[in-house]
Design a protein. Sequence first.
Length: 412
Amino acid sequence: MIPALIPIIVLAAVFLLIALRQTLKLKLRIWQIMLLGAVAVLVTGQITPQAAIVSVNMDVILFLFGMFVIGQALEESGYLAHVSYHFFKRAKSTNVLLLAIILVMGLAAAVLMNDTLAIIGTPVVLLLARRYKISAKPMLLALCFAVTIGSVMSPIGNPQNLLIALNGGVGDPFVTFLRYLFLPTIINLFVAYLILRIFYRDHLSGRSIAHSQEPIRDKNLAILSKLALYMVLILIAAKIAVAAFGLGIDFGLTSIALVASLPVLVLSDRRFEILRKIDWQTLVFFVAMFVLMASVWETGLFQSLITQADITSLPMILGVSVIFSQFISNVPLVALYLPMLLHAGAGVGQMMALAAGSTIAGNLSLLGAASNIIVVQKAEKKGETITFFDFLKVGVPLVVINVLVYWFFLKA
């Protein structure tokens, strides 16, 4: 019995170390802790090297790699800071700036995917925090919450929604997601703003701010990174059009990210510098996470817990999705739960509840969403961070309200 529980014990230890690393002043980054967890299940024989290799979702790794290249080029060229002026110049106070960040990043996440916005949004909010002398914590939390909430209302907002849209029997997914989830998502974006205002009222005094535009540092790289960003937008628009008109042509988000990164990788004379600076640590984190989660999955513990419940009720779907996503991640949770719902004859409302619950789980803890990890890892490279408890103290009341809002709209 004990050997079968080793992956659960390792997972609990990983959670504990991540939660207490700042309190205990451990000189360990999140990616290093997750890597230790993966090594532990490999060394103890809980997963074979072959199974570990198979468990790594290369689509996710390659997607992140492509977007990291684009994001690094945007940042290095100065174009990202330069263009952010146009999005936020009308915000005349710190409070309005916070709201603008939440709305802009949230709405953009529905189209560009939450992980993409985490990659390109982190340097933007850190720049704004530094420029206007605002604490980085509420700004980073605003980004995390915004990209999580905003991605709920779109079938391409995050990987688990895409899985539901493709395999959940959801007709006309873009229209369906918007019809069920647009209004509660907009409400929850404003809820996130209000919650942050309450918890960080001393940091967000509402004082006036004056904007200035950052200069572009490398014009050639700016042109290439701008081209790469436009290619992402055009290819995503093409993907939406293909799905809307049922043309039967499919190209994945991984292909979009890799193709769009080619102008930087092929044409820039700074390609090797950019490759050195991209967030390799976060890629290691995800490889290690896939290995550890595959080992946890093989124990069958979470599968058995789900099958003992009334799996089709809205409160159960939302509750299970939020809680279990913290332990086995939201994509594996959806991969497990979706076939059960289909077998039980669940309707579109239940599918939308699964999308909402598994996504909004990212607002509960740092480990609830991949985008949170991306934000923290990129922030720590620049000397800023959000602790596990910083996130939890705001995330718990926010998730409770988020879930209640989605439940109210979905039960109608």
